[in-house]
Write a protein of this length. Structure first.
Length: 333
């Protein structure tokens, strides 16, 4: 009788183990099947006068950067932004396009200015970097409106927000040189990367690596020197011909100050043998009136909610330089 009972218990254990293994195998197969069916989010940029550019975002390589781009697109942040320049190796995008109508000037026969001429206006276009703030990512935060902003006087005081809550932000740099080893996405033709600053001070390496916000660039050929130095977060799947078309747009000549120095235009650098960022690729802005403009940016997430990304208070480089200068004066430098 005891042997029968032992055999019965053994049979029950074998059945339980078999069912358990079967369940785990079923879960594994189902997981593999789900992963095969899972789709990366697709960012679509409708560019005026050009057409449609589609970018497959890569959350497996740069999850927080992708979440940032998705949230900005969902909030309409990129609508109206411009592709603003190139160095022939990349095309850069994300700056504000500012259009102004200025009264046409009038001069006498001696070249002396005598004021605006009637109702004639000259239209000018400029691009300027936008400041990414908390409210751009989190719509529950009231946007800060500066006193110099034309919207300041027409916005009720309780709707203006504050710099204490709507401060300038940047995001952690998801690339190998910043200790983020999961991002092995390579910069090839059509790779999309996040622009960041290089503050040219050894003491500001970390601030440089974490200075990315919303500006991005698209490589037009393989750029292995960018691997590990910038966050690659997507790949153009449609419209690369439109990016190539932008390479033929006229660019502005370098602006030179009275001392012969060129202006500090955006730069995309590469890593040298010592893993140091080297500035060797200056982005020249497109000439006025030729900026390709994003009329609408949308994103298909296939039902996945990527949430509000993590962000940090942006480093104030201008304040740093000002404080450094004052410190040198106090020290008699």
């Amino acid at each position: 009788m005891k042997n029968v009972l032992k055999n019965l218990i053994l049979i029950i254990l074998i059945i339980a183990v078999t069912v358990g293994i079967g369940f785990l195998v079923y879960r594994a197969v189902r997981s593999v099947s789900y992963n095969k069916e899972a789709k990366n989010p697709i960012l679509t940029l409708e560019v005026e006068g050009y057409g449609e550019i589609k970018i497959e975002l890569q959350p497996d390589y740069a999850p927080n950067t992708v979440a940032t781009i998705i949230k900005l697109a969902q909030n309409g942040y990129y609508d109206g932004k411009a592709f603003y320049g190139t160095d022939s190796n990349v095309v850069a995008c994300g700056m504000n396009l500012k259009t102004e109508e200025i009264p046409s000037d009038q001069y006498d026969e001696n070249g002396n200015y005598i004021g605006p001429e009637g109702e004639e206006y000259t239209t000018t276009q400029t691009v300027e970097e936008d400041t990414l703030r908390v409210s751009d990512l989190d719509k529950s935060v009231k946007p800060y409106i500066d006193m110099e902003d034309e919207k300041y006087s027409t916005t009720p005081e309780n709707e203006r927000g504050s710099e204490d809550t709507d401060y300038k932000v940047s995001i952690f740099g998801e690339f190998v040189a910043n200790g983020f080893n999961d991002n092995v996405l390579r910069f090839e033709e059509g790779t999309v990367g996040l622009y960041r600053n290089d503050y040219q001070f050894d003491t500001l390496d970390q601030q440089s690596r974490d200075s990315g916000t919303s500006l991005f660039f698209i490589t037009t050929k393989e750029e292995s020197g960018l691997n590990g130095a910038y966050c690659a977060f997507g790949k153009v799947t449609k419209g690369m011909d439109l990016i190539e078309k932008m390479l033929s747009l006229p660019v502005e000549e370098k602006e030179v100050d009275d001392e012969g120095n060129t202006t500090n235009d955006p730069v995309v650098g590469t890593l040298n043998d010592d893993s140091e960022l080297t500035e060797n690729s200056e982005i020249k802005k497109f000439q006025e009136g030729s900026y390709p403009v994003i009329t609408k940016a949308t994103v298909e997430t296939y039902g996945v909610d990527y949430g509000i990304p993590e962000y940090m208070e942006a480093f104030d480089y201008n304040q740093y330089i000002s404080d450094l200068y004052l410190q040198q004066i106090r020290n008699g430098g």
